[in-house]
Design a protein around this ligand. Structure first.
Ligand SMILES: O=c1ccn([C@@H]2O[C@H](COP(=O)(O)OP(=O)(O)O[C@H]3O[C@@H](CO)[C@H](O)[C@H]3O)[C@@H](O)[C@H]2O)c(=O)[nH]1
Ligand SMILES: [Mn+2]
Length: 357
């Protein structure tokens, strides 16, 4: 069993931050033994396990974890016809966990991601760092060259406008990966042995107006601020594309965060990504995305949401109309995706009715 961080002996966190306000969402087709290594950091939290693939397969959850588990039969039972918007046989299924959660925060992690070690050899509590990132403001309107100004031992540098130092609320915390980096299939094929050993001790806000490739394997977000936009699209079984689930969601949440004045951070924490998925299988899943994204990115770069769109749902519905209007000519898939975006919002609102006044 991979144990690069040696968390044995670290006591389970006695007073975990946001213990009752955060759910951990794990998509899986494998087993969940990786949770043994995370026990000191994750055991106090509630897990939402989204079991993909064969629903008759029994997934073993290590003792001592509090969890709820949903397989495809559960998704179909809960959502009925709206289950069509939840992907099958792709990690995109994880977004069902975001929808059924009742908590303010989500941390999602893949089952082949382990506890990393920092350069001093200390086990990285990735969840704790994500929580710090989310509870601290972001600075999308003006770049701070000393990175995260709210961090102990750092601050805003000379020339940083004081009117902007309050920052904005942080909606998303995007963590990184040691060992197997999240490369696309062509890069994986050209550099099969490349491993990421570079631990960059920094957290940065992604500037307003800039898109980024969001990876879903080590990601946290504020569900109340941006949850309805965290739809991971139509991927996997029956779809012409895969492994663009997190990318699609990342482009949607970023244009909506920019519009609503919310922040997105990337950098710490690192996890240790242990399994390289098959590059040839990945190429088959990704190749249309690699081609289409040359049109998709300019689409998102030119998105202008109306001033009437003041909620995430309103922004997302507006975005779905733009997808239908401007991307369906690229491929009929986007017509289907635009409809699925609407279905997702309807399902989200059904499961998460606004709190009665
Ligand atoms: O059909 C599937 C395949 C996998 N899963 C679960 O999803 C995650 C990620 O799977 P895996 O580690 O095999 O794939 P990676 O290539 O490393 O994943 C990265 O690529 C992105 C593709 O979307 C993904 O977000 C990244 O993390 C594991 O937990 C599998 O068990 C699944 O549910 N269904
Ligand atoms: Mn993986």
């Amino acid at each position: 069993m991979v144990d690069p961080a040696n968390t044995v002996g670290i006591p389970v966190n006695p007073t975990p931050l946001l213990k009752d306000e955060l759910d951990i969402v794990i998509p899986t087709i494998r087993n969940l033994d990786f949770l043994e290594m995370w026990r000191p950091f994750l055991q106090p939290y509630h897990l939402i396990i989204v079991q993909d693939g064969d629903p008759t397969k029994k997934i073993h959850v290590p003792e001592g974890y509090d969890y709820e588990l949903y397989n495809r039969n559960d998704i179909n039972r809960i959502l009925g016809p709206k289950a069509s918007c939840i992907s099958f046989k792709d990690s995109a299924c994880r977004c069902f966990g975001y929808m059924v959660s009742k908590k303010k925060y989500i941390f999602t992690i893949d089952d082949d991601c382990f506890v990393a070690k920092d350069p001093a050899g200390k086990a990285v509590n990735a969840l704790e760092q994500h929580i710090k990132n989310l509870l601290c403001p972001s600075t999308p309107l003006f770049f701070n060259t000393l990175y995260d100004p709210y961090r102990e031992g750092a601050d805003f540098v000379r020339g940083y406008p004081f009117s902007l130092r309050e920052g904005v609320s942080t909606a998303v915390s995007h963590g990184l990966w040691l060992n197997i980096p999240d490369y696309d299939a062509p890069t994986q094929l050209v550099k099969p042995k490349e491993r990421n050993a570079r631990y960059v001790d920094a957290v940065m806000t992604i500037p307003k107006g800039t898109l980024f490739p969001m990876c879903g394997m080590n990601l946290a977000f504020d569900r109340d601020l941006i949850g309805p936009a965290m739809y991971f699209g139509l991927m996997g079984d029956g779809q012409p594309i895969g492994r663009y689930d997190d990318m699609w969601a990342g482009w949607c949440i970023k244009v909506i965060c920019d519009h609503l004045g919310l922040g997105v951070k990337t950098g710490l924490p690192y996890i240790y990504h242990s399994k390289a998925s098959n590059p040839f299988v990945n190429l088959k899943k990704e190749y249309k995305g690699i081609f289409w994204q040359e049109d998709i990115i300019p689409f998102f770069q030119n998105v202008k949401l109306s001033k009437e769109a003041t909620t995430v749902q309103q922004c997302y519905i507006e975005l779905s109309k733009m997808v239908k209007e401007k991307l369906s000519s690229l491929d009929p898939y986007f017509d289907k995706l635009a409809d699925a975006m609407v279905t997702w919002i309807k399902a989200w609102d059904e499961l998460n009715p606004p709190a009665t006044a």
